[in-house]
Write a protein that binds this ligand. Sequence first.
Ligand code: BGC
Length: 459
Amino acid sequence: MAPTSATINHSNWTDAQKKAVDTIVDRFTVDGETLKKITDQFVVEMNKGLDQEGATVAMIPSFVSGRCTGDEKGSFLALDLGGTNLRVCQVNLLGGGEHTIRQQKYVVSEELKLGPMRNLCDFIADCVDSFLTENGTSSQDALQLGYTFSFPIYQSSINRGVLKQWTKGFNCSGAVGKDVAVMLQDSFRRKNINVNIAAIVNDTVGTLMAYAYRHPNTTMGVIMGTGFNAAYYENMKDVKKWKGDKDQEMVINMECGAFDIERRVLPMTVYDNKLDRESINVYQQYHEKMVAGMYLGEITRNALLDLIDQQLLFGGRSSKELNKNWSFETAYMSTIEVDETPDLSEAAHILESVLNIPSTTLADRQIVKTICHAVGLRAARIAACHIAGVLRKTGKVGEEAIIAIDGSLYEFYPFFEHNMRQSMNEILGEADSAKVKFDLARDGSGLGAAIIAMMAAKK
Ligand code: BGC
């Protein structure tokens, strides 16, 4: 059973602390009615996105049509850009839902994330080159590559995509409005690397396909990691803006992290507003900023600073480290939330040794734990709304559904799945919610991109 702040004994808190913490917890509390309202609005926004270009929830046709059977075979390269690291993978599809994968991770420096796009593409090409050399992979023919590019791109074909905007702390110049597949292909060409980008794929689309390789009935692919987004199959006859063949189903990359920039339903707090103001993509990705791993620590930090300023936490003293934006990592929240030691010694270690708060009382540590819990709980509850929204929009409420979910938040954040389930029960009712299965689809996007590259090469 997931803990709540009610399980913490508050008797050692002052009245002022209790009152201030209650106020903050209230701000982060999302009741069942609000969840339903968010879900309803989600359906409205999904429809707008399917009807017209340029809607808030972009609902981007991925050009991935047809289901995979698990019998696909062949050897393909895959790239994964947009999470914490760049991954280069060599995937062998063996058929029968089986595969092998060899992969290497490369750190993308802050300088590359914020510098010219050409430098980032050259870096990626160099990583592919060294991966091929180290693994002794060579071929007379161009190697076919699936490029997982986990940012919003408007696709015009399976291997063409123009960047709409950056998210998740990337902000390379000279990329928005440009075809990012062409830019990377140029780098390969300049460096004489014989690789052909056969497909450009969002990580949600890759996750969906990777999971479908073993479980062909997979309904949605969802990422809950550094960023947040989802993909699902849509009948193209229901997509007004689609000018191509209507007689098919296609995976739609929802880009649902952009939901509600109009601020109609998302219950944003002053702490969310502060985060948004100080982010590099101001007034964008509100939903993602309330749900994804990149942001939860910063929201928590903002709430803790508020308590410090009220002289109700750490004796009113912060530290140089805690004053720094983004210094309170979401991983710290996970550790603090599961700390069941009597004196919350794990929390003490993070606060005193990592963040250099000179000393903390048990009440301080309990308060920090309570705030972490409130922020993490809100994220999981709000994250369930888009899944319920897709099921409602596609008329699948009450049917069996498999939701393939990848990402560090879903995998590691304490009770995240439990809290999403609870939220789903409140939105759909327990009987219909029980038909929806959440499955961890770890590292699916590399495999998914390879499968999609294969499908593209076959066509
Ligand atoms: C991007 C999506 C991506 C998601 C998860 C978001 O910031 O806009 O394209 O799928 O992060 O990585």
